[in-house]
Write a protein that binds this ligand. Structure first.
Ligand code: BDR
Ligand code: CA
Length: 308
């Protein structure tokens, strides 16, 4: 099977790092670009972290620096979860690579437009870069296969009681993307909060996952979205699992809208009753369930791939 071409729009981020490393190792995916955005930490840092990952994995994937601020709101980063660098917990060697000499929005456009095949966008940070690209270069829509996004939730948040971090940080951008007409798959907290990784898996990865496995385990020790003893939520890796192992998930088409104002701004709202009555049409494929055991096994296997 030919590898599926993808672009990560990302804010590494410890769970972003896990997602990116898995995708690099997985032969079914072909990572064309790491397009960075400010969210978990400032964009200068997320861009540096993307460069660190490309260098560490010794792959020729270009890295581009994108937007540092959401469209309308002020960025609320979360160094308390990922550390001040955004990837605290591993001593990466000095980076010799440089980001592309163009903005991430332009870099994404160029790759999408010059690709023979349609590209899948995997959005694991805020939607700022993607929203700007859709406004500036609407011609890209025809050449995007799907947008797989880690963000939102069917209910409940992790930034406040209703909003998930990636959508909360730039709801206006998410609104543009969700209304774009491009096929969207939403992997929210209703699934990622239940795809947990424990110390047992981390130890297996450390023992059998080579240097990338060791690196990820060190980062996971410092990651504060859960703990290895109680289970860590490696949210962004679940988006990669969905692309290569859709059999582990259940999905349902639903109408999803983004609240833009008021105390619930940044909340993804799915109006089930309006869908049943036919008042609202489904616009998003929402991932509703994960096979937890199958996912955990997949996560370990991906890190051990090619190492034994
Ligand atoms: C999302 O927020 C970020 O902190 C993580 O990297 C993930 O993309 C989870 O809500
Ligand atoms: Ca992220």
């Amino acid at each position: 099977m030919k590898a599926r071409p993808i672009i990560f729009d990302t804010d590494p981020g410890i769970d972003d790092a896990a997602a990116i490393v898995i995708a690099i190792k997985d032969p079914d995916l072909d990572v064309k670009l790491l397009s960075t955005v400010g969210a978990n930490v400032e964009v200068e840092k997320t861009c540096m972290n993307a460069l660190r990952l490309a260098e560490f994995m010794d792959v020729d994937i270009p890295v581009a620096k994108g937007c540092g601020e959401p469209l309308m709101r002020k960025l609320r980063p979360c160094p308390e979860v990922h550390g001040v660098t955004g990837m605290d917990g591993y001593d990466f060697p000095p980076v010799t690579r440089k980001p592309l000499d163009k903005h991430a929005v332009v870099a994404m456009r160029d790759i999408i437009m010059s690709s023979e095949e349609k590209i899948t966008l995997v959005v694991i940070g805020t939607h700022t870069n993607v929203a700007i690209m859709l406004k500036m270069y609407p011609e890209v829509k025809e050449k995007i296969e799907e947008i797989v996004t880690m963000g939102g939730a069917l209910a409940g948040g992790n930034t406040n009681s209703t909003a998930e971090f990636n959508i909360y940080n730039d709801p206006h951008a998410a609104d543009i993307v969700f209304k774009s007409g491009i096929p969207i798959t939403m992997l929210g907290l209703n699934v990622t909060n239940y795809a947990l990784i424990y110390r047992k898996e981390a130890e297996a990865i450390k023992a059998r996952g080579g240097k990338a496995g060791e690196m990820i385990c060190s980062l996971l020790e410092h990651y504060r979205s859960g703990s290895l003893d109680a289970g860590v939520r490696v949210h962004d890796a679940v988006a990669v699992a969905y692309m290569v192992r859709p059999d582990l998930f259940k999905t349902e088409m639903m109408p999803v809208e983004i609240a833009l104002d008021g105390p619930a701004a940044g909340t993804t709202v799915s109006d089930f009753r309006a869908m049943e009555s036919g008042e609202k049409k489904p616009n998003v494929k929402v991932v509703t369930e994960v096979d937890q055991e199958g996912y955990t096994q997949w996560f370990v296997d991906e890190f051990c791939r090619g190492e034994e």
